[in-house]
Design a protein around this ligand. Structure first.
Ligand SMILES: C[S@@+](CC[C@H](N)C(=O)[O-])C[C@H]1O[C@@H](n2cnc3c(N)ncnc32)[C@H](O)[C@@H]1O
Length: 272
């Protein structure tokens, strides 16, 4: 089975990823401050699953020395486009579970919203540990961080669309139920077994003013990796049902409301 079949690549999301996953400017600033502090005084940082550079580009602009790999060439092309035409730091199409670098090449490793997409997520973290120098740090955001209301809408949508049959969308054919990282606690345990020390970094506020109707619309349009395998008829039916349910619960779904989310980064200090 190929790496792409054991992971969820984002080729099909390259055109809408930034629009649908954008973070508020203040959130980006706070996150960059936090991560810059962690990266200061270390060698170049490698982001596995760097995507469009949503995290890596602001870090680079703030002075961090960066590199990135991703399975998806279209996502890396979008990163270059976002940077004005050329990636401003080394990037490569590569599999996080088979990094094309010698051991101890980097001072830090970053994995943001990627390990849940990789069936062999332990291998992906092994690889980051291998290419990061002893005494370095792995910085991981395992996912989430959106407002509770968005999470509720997602759960409801998944129920209505009977998404269980397709979740988590990793793998192909009989192996499509292969799962990536599910719980951060599993990552903590795997890293502890490697002698790494966990630090939970201060949370970063991630408010959202996106109308709830837009959140439902993105799921209806099939713009979440967990629903790429679902037929559009199921998505439309689920969207209509969730809209009716959500109107009862929250009223006008087009209303502007500021909802509260929180991003929690985990730092794993590698043994020296
Ligand atoms: C949800 S996006 C996150 C992108 C970026 N880290 C961010 O936070 O915006 C996940 C990215 O991981 C990539 N990816 C998935 N499996 C991968 C693997 N095994 N190796 C490298 N990249 C992978 C996808 O192609 C996609 O670009």
């Amino acid at each position: 089975m190929t790496a792409a079949e054991r992971s969820v690549t984002f080729d099909q999301a390259a055109d809408y990823y930034d629009r649908t996953r954008a973070l508020p400017n203040a959130t980006v600033r706070a996150m960059v401050d936090l991560l810059r502090g962690e990266l200061a005084g270390r060698g170049r940082a490698l982001e596995s699953g760097v995507g469009t550079g949503r995290i890596a580009l602001p870090l680079y602009r703030a002075g961090a020395r960066m590199a990135g790999v991703d399975l998806s060439a279209p996502m890396l092309q979008r990163l270059a486009y976002n940077a004005g035409g050329t990636a401003p730091f080394p990037v490569a199409v590569a599999d996080a579970t088979r990094l094309p670098f010698a051991e101890d090449t980097f001072g830090a490793g970053i994995a943001c919203h990627v390990l849940h997409l990789v069936a062999d997520w332990k291998l992906a973290t092994d690889e980051l540990v291998r290419v990061v120098q002893p005494g370095g740090v792995l910085l991981v955001d395992p996912g989430g961080g959106w407002p509770d209301e968005h999470a509720e809408l997602t759960t409801r949508f998944q129920q209505e669309a009977n998404a269980q049959a397709a979740l988590p969308g990793v793998g192909a054919g009989a192996d499509r139920m292969l799962t990536g990282l599910g719980r951060a606690a599993d990552l903590d345990a795997a890293m502890a077994a490697r002698g790494a020390r966990l630090r939970l970094l201060p949370t970063v506020a991630n408010p959202s003013t996106k109308p709830l109707s837009a959140v439902i619309g993105e799921m209806e349009e099939g713009q979440r990796s967990w629903n790429w395998q679902l037929p559009s008829t199921d998505l439309r039916r689920a969207g209509a049902a969730v809209r009716a349910w959500a109107q009862q619960r929250w009223g006008d779904l087009d209303a502007g409301r500021e909802l509260v989310g929180e991003i929690q980064w985990r730092a794993y200090d590698l043994p020296g």
